[in-house]
Design a protein around this ligand. Structure first.
Ligand code: 2IT
Length: 445
């Protein structure tokens, strides 16, 4: 593959789109070997077609705040690839959202969704709107204005959004409500819906639970179990919450959480009411973790710092992209970390990932580890299409077997001749092969 040439051309077309170029580079380097075994891919310009989104919808979103002031935000939907199913992926509302970030997320989503074994294409969307400090009424008006523009491009067999950072059940509810009114249909066009109107049991917990099921598999490969291990978690949102719950349930001790303001270290472990308190922290809308140490004085707050300097057995980045860099990776390895699993999308910088792989550390990438979230969204789509609802146990059992299948695919393509499991390569090659075969079968479109 002319990897460097493809990347250079991409960089010329999309200068400065750092996160997008980072995600594409990682995948292309991983798949070089298998790609070279298929000369027909080159003739079909498969890579050139795969790295560009099918389309990017961009629009302005005008809305009025509680004082009557009008604001204009930017809204996007990146419909990346629908070779294996309808476009599927979350919406992110955060001040940092740019086309580059949504393109990286849509690209990652395409491979992640392929790994889930379910028929879902890849997409991502969102806005640079920040829900921080906004009232419920303001958030509703923003969601409605956003949908007014986007609704025609969505549908249960077309494009099915869900949540991501800044978009939870409340925002999905407001967006779905407006969609339903405009489209005059009640279908599964969003996932992560409320339980009363088509949501799936366990969807809120699924990303974190699935990540821990995946971690259990990684540990089992090493002849280890999670019971008694100490765990550093970053973030305190929906994903961190589910991960903390399941880690504690499996007998581990979660000692950190973090926010944009710093991290908390709790030597007694984040469990029970402390996990419920994470929901309160989130509801405050302030996006800070410091109040945890006031509520639970045994914990200490470390302003402006990340939790990766703590000595732990397992590190689970659960906050956002590029939150763990090479310095952090070196610290973790020096402190004897046994396993690092990205639960956030592209949680580690490219340099951190390279370092983990060089060190033969037990490391797995977000597109495999966090795929339980979108997989359960896929289960929500199935339930909606069948007009029924599965029990907690049924969804959990399906989620569990999907995570085992994702892990098995990583082993199939990631096991190196020396026995080391390169999960990055495994996930990228497995996801790529499925999408590539579907694209080849469907001709030049
Ligand atoms: O990054 C992700 O996989 C998500 N935010 C969930 C996407 C989904 O459609 O459930």
């Amino acid at each position: 593959m002319k990897t460097e040439e493809i990347l250079r051309n991409l960089e010329m077309r999309h200068p400065g789109e750092r996160e997008y170029l980072q995600a594409v580079r990682e995948v292309l380097l991983s798949i070089e070997d298998v790609y070279n075994e298929h000369p027909e891919y080159e003739k079909a310009a498969l890579i050139e077609r795969l790295v560009e989104p099918d389309r990017v919808l961009a629009f302005r979103v005008p809305w009025t705040d509680d004082s009557g002031k009008v604001h204009v935000n930017l809204g996007y939907r990146v419909q990346f690839n629908n070779a294996i199913g309808p476009y599927k992926g979350g919406m992110r509302f955060h001040a940092s959202v740019t086309p580059s970030i949504l393109k990286f997320l849509g690209f990652e989503q395409t491979f992640k969704n392929a790994l889930t074994t379910l028929p879902m294409g890849g997409a991502k969307g969102g806005s640079d709107f920040s829900p921080r400090g906004r009232s419920d009424a303001e958030i509703m008006r923003f969601c409605q204005a956003f949908m007014l523009e986007l609704w025609r491009n969505l549908g249960p067999d077309q494009d099915v959004p869900a949540g991501d950072i800044g978009v939870g059940a409340r925002e999905v509810g407001y967006m779905f409500g407006m969609y339903k009114k405009l489209a005059r249909e009640h279908t599964g066009t969003f996932t992560g819906k409320g339980m009363e109107f088509g949501g799936s049991n366990l969807r809120p917990e699924a990303t974190g639970y699935g990540a821990l099921y995946f971690v259990q598999q990684m540990l089992a490969e090493k002849g280890e179990t999670i019971a008694g291990k100490t765990v550093a978690i970053s973030g305190f949102g929906n994903v961190a919450w589910g991960a903390a719950q399941k880690a504690v349930e499996l007998g581990a001790k979660v000692v950190t959480l973090s926010g944009p303001d710093g991290y908390i270290y709790d030597p007694e472990g984040v469990s029970g009411e402390k996990i419920d308190y994470m929901l309160e922290l989130r509801l405050s809308g302030e996006d800070i973790v410091a109040p945890y140490a006031e509520e639970f004085p045994e914990a200490t707050f470390h302003a402006g710092r990340k939790p990766w300097g703590e000595k732990v057995d397992i590190a689970l980045p659960c906050a956002t992209q590029n939150e763990l860099d090479e310095t952090d990776a070196r610290l973790l390895v020096t402190n004897g970390v046994m396993l690092v699993a990205e639960v956030s999308n592209m949680g580690c910088t490219a340099e951190a990932v390279d370092y983990f792989l060089e060190q033969h550390a037990c490391f797995a990438p977000g597109k495999a580890v966090n795929s339980g979230g979108v997989a359960t969204s896929g289960l929500e789509m199935t339930q909606n299409a069948m007009h029924l609802s599965w029990s907690n146990e049924e969804v959990d059992q399906r989620l569990h077997s999907i995570m085992n299948a994702v892990h098995a695919q990583c082993l199939q393509y990631g096991r190196q001749p020396d026995g080391y499991i390169n999960y990055v390569k495994g996930a990228n090659v497995a996801g790529f092969m499925k999408v590539a075969k579907a694209m080849m079968a469907q001709g030049i479109v």
